[in-house]
Design a protein around this ligand. Structure first.
Ligand SMILES: [Zn+2]
Length: 734
């Protein structure tokens, strides 16, 4: 009986469904208030609240109480996870002179929370191994593979050395990973003033940028292999779970690594001799940047407490009225490295204000058709621990029910930025046209379009003028969407505003706090409100649409661009190798180098072979046709949709992202199952699209690239078949 009523309601409201959804989301957008968001930021950033801290637990309980107050069904879900915290940190220059690094971030008088020393985690990189090493120092620029190629050309080895790399250009975890592969025994990572210090803007507390003692904490877990609790890959860290022995964990660093400030780095860098570093390697310190090795020798000693810590995820639900087993999920982390006003409270507070506003709508009579699940994750900073364990724990149910996951993290001022599953591109564009930019009063979409026209290269500029939708980016890693999208195959989006901040040289330091945020970042929380309006509108439209608003033509169009890029990449690798071989043959290198300095001549390489892209091209073309047919069939039959057909279509839509995954995962990293989007194995957070093919080509394994082409083609074909099945249902309605 109950079911029949529900069906009738759906049937009667089909024609008006879209407009009704829009009416509710317009009402929703009037509710969020900037001053509430500011108040949540103030409360959450009042004390340090990292994973395992007293205020971390209190923050989770405070968030839980808010959800309950606003009418949500909410609870805390716990997991016990490995999180090493420092017991001993020592770095000293031992030759040619002695200098012991301070490794301290001092309090600043005008900034009240900077003095909460007793509760602050010291500066360190999480998941560094213990170690006690002494060796000559070598400066390796950003510590990327390309930087070591430059060292090779100069005949400089880091074997047995301690490297000093600067933050930036690659994700921090890549730096010790590549250093260890090259034979280094230790790694220091420092913040150069050129990248986020005085070279950019004034330093804190006078300006927003990193001061000489500011240190960027952060995880160096090998997240491109798998994120989450290192001891429980692929399964939730629930009581009684079987755990890997520490010696079998593959995501810890191989060598000890510690982050330092530029105040601490300068004496070390100044003690290096040898040739000046290449122009692009030079930072903003008042020294001549040199590479070494030595004569500077450094002693690095680290010891950690390797105990488990408890994750407190807050999970809150609004039950769906019509499709309770179709879930729209949304999350942000609540844990911070220290006080974390920007990262994560600026995003978490927007999520809370959405939750309050959705609760208000329920009081006004709204019932979401689908179940809405809001999450506040713990342990994100260490390696996406809370979200990953939750997804791994609930994977079977999520694969069945999860329609979309929307993530936010820290937020700033400026332009809307969205990345994620490309079938959601039209929905994102539609919502962006409805949200007002708080400062210019045009739509946030108009501003995105204007920026693309001004800064995009000519083809992108023209497309921004003529294509109905602005393109959204692809997701790599760096926040809590990874387990949803790349492990479980759940369509995902990541949303934030940025671009007009004065600068955030306080990232992961004790100075990321309420004082800094209200002086330099989204000072009046207006963009926090815009973020809540944007994400809440997405949630309402997804929760209330009759047929889930996925447009596969956008996915197909994106896949076509990737196929073109991969073919272009191969052509470029072929022509670059041929040119280099020719230059070697001509002897030009030996003619231009300084004969008095060491130089290693590059060696002749095999020109990459042609590889067969035909399976990928054919599969992408079939997907394009299928997506187009589905779009036309859906447009033609909207008025005739029956509840049964709607249910079948949604069931397929929910499974659509899963078709793009492969159970055996990417080569050498089976946790990552999505064949279109992954974080780069050697770039970290930055996305590699069609990663199996692209990275095999980058590593010059062209046989593997061809095998991966076949796997991606098979995934696209599964997607095509699923979409054709949906079109078949629609065409039967005629
Ligand atoms: Zn964050």
């Amino acid at each position: 009986m109950k079911k029949l009523i529900a069906l009738f309601v759906v049937f009667a409201s089909l024609d008006a469904a879209a407009q009704q959804g829009q009416a509710w989301d317009a009402r929703f957008r009037a509710i969020p208030e900037a001053r509430n968001i500011g108040e949540y930021v103030r409360i959450m950033s009042a004390r340090p609240h990292h994973l395992g801290s007293p205020y971390g637990k209190q923050t989770a309980e405070w968030i839980l109480a808010r959800f309950k107050e606003w009418g949500w069904d909410a609870q805390i879900e716990n997991y016990d996870v490995l999180f090493p915290t420092p017991k001993e940190r020592l770095v000293e220059l031992v030759e040619p002179s002695r200098f012991r690094l301070t490794l301290e971030e001092p309090p600043v008088a005008v900034d009240p929370t900077s003095s909460q020393k007793a509760e602050q985690l010291p500066s360190f990189n999480a998941y560094s191994v213990d170690g006690d090493v002494t060796g000559p120092l070598v400066y390796v620029n950003y510590g990327r593979p390309v930087d070591y190629e430059e060292l090779d050309r100069r005949g400089i080895s880091v074997k047995g050395a301690i490297v000093i790399a600067r933050y930036g250009a690659s994700w921090r975890g890549i730096k010790p990973k590549v250093a260890a592969e090259r034979g280094a025994i230790g790694c220091l990572i420092y913040s150069d003033p050129r990248d986020d210090g005085y070279w950019v803007n004034g330093v804190f507390p006078d300006g927003p940028m990193r001061s000489k003692d500011g240190v960027q904490r952060g995880s160096v877990m090998d997240m491109p292999t798998y994120p989450g609790d290192p001891t429980t890959p692929g399964r939730g860290s629930t009581p009684g779970v079987s755990r890997l022995d520490l010696k079998d964990v593959t995501t810890l660093t191989k060598i000890p690594v510690l982050p330092i400030s530029y105040g601490d780095a300068q004496p070390l860098l100044a003690a290096l001799t040898g040739d000046p570093a290449p122009m692009e390697w030079r930072g903003g310190l008042p020294i001549t940047y040199r590479i070494g090795p030595g004569p500077a020798r450094v002693h690095l000693k680290l010891a950690f407490d390797w105990s488990l810590k408890r994750v407190h995820n807050v999970i809150a639900r609004l039950q769906g009225s019509t499709y309770p087993d179709e879930w729209i999920l949304r999350g942000n982390h609540h844990d911070a490295w220290v006080n974390g006003a920007q990262d994560p409270a600026s995003g978490m507070s927007a999520e809370l204000e959405e939750a309050r506003a959705l609760g208000e709508l329920v009081k006004q009579g709204w019932r979401p058709k689908r179940t809405i699940v809001y999450a506040a994750w713990d342990g994100e900073e260490q390696g996406l621990l809370g979200s990953t364990e939750w997804v791994e724990h609930h994977e079977a149910e999520l694969r069945d029910k999860a329609a979309v996951y929307i993530n936010t993290d820290g937020n700033g001022r400026g332009f809307l930025g969205v990345a994620g599953s490309h079938a959601l591109e039209p929905l994102v564009n539609a919502v962006a046209k409805e949200v007002e930019d708080p400062e210019t009063k045009s739509s946030v979409w108009k501003r995105m379009q204007a920026r693309t026209i001004v800064f995009g290269p000519p083809p992108v500029r023209n497309e921004a003028r003529s294509r109905p939708d602005l393109r959204i980016g692809a997701l790599g890693s760096g926040s809590d969407y990874s387990a949803f999208l790349q492990h479980a195959g759940i369509p995902s989006l990541n949303v934030s505003f940025s671009g007009h901040d004065d600068g955030d040289g306080i990232y992961h330091s004790i100075y990321d706090d309420y004082y800094h945020f209200t002086k330099f970042l989204d000072t009046d929380f207006a963009y926090g409100r815009a973020l809540a309006q944007t994400v809440g509108s997405l949630v309402i439209r997804l929760a209330d649409a009759d047929v889930l608003p996925f447009q596969f033509t956008s996915l197909a169009d994106t896949v076509q661009t990737y196929v073109g890029e991969l073919q272009g990449q191969l052509r470029q690798q072929q022509s670059e190798t041929a040119e280099l071989n020719r230059q070697i043959e001509e002897g030009v290198f030996t003619s231009i180098v300084d004969p008095r300095r060491p130089f290693r001549q590059p060696v002749v390489d095999t020109v990459p072979p042609s590889i067969n892209f035909a399976p990928l091209e054919n599969a992408a073309n079939a997907l394009t046709q299928a997506a187009d047919r589905y779009r036309k069939a859906l447009d033609a039959s909207r008025a005739r949709l029956t509840p049964d057909v709607i249910r079948s279509l949604n069931k397929s839509v929910i499974q659509s992202e899963r078709q793009l995954t492969n159970e055996s995962g990417l080569p050498r990293r089976s946790w990552y199952r999505h064949l279109l989007y992954a974080p780069g194995f050697y770039t970290g957070y930055a996305v590699k699209t069609v990663p199996g093919v692209r990275e095999a080509m980058e590593q010059k394994d062209f046989a593997e690239a061809e095998r991966e082409i076949v796997r991606v083609a098979e995934a696209l074909t599964r997607e095509t078949e699923l979409i054709n099945g949906m079109t078949g249902l629609l065409e039967e309605l005629k």
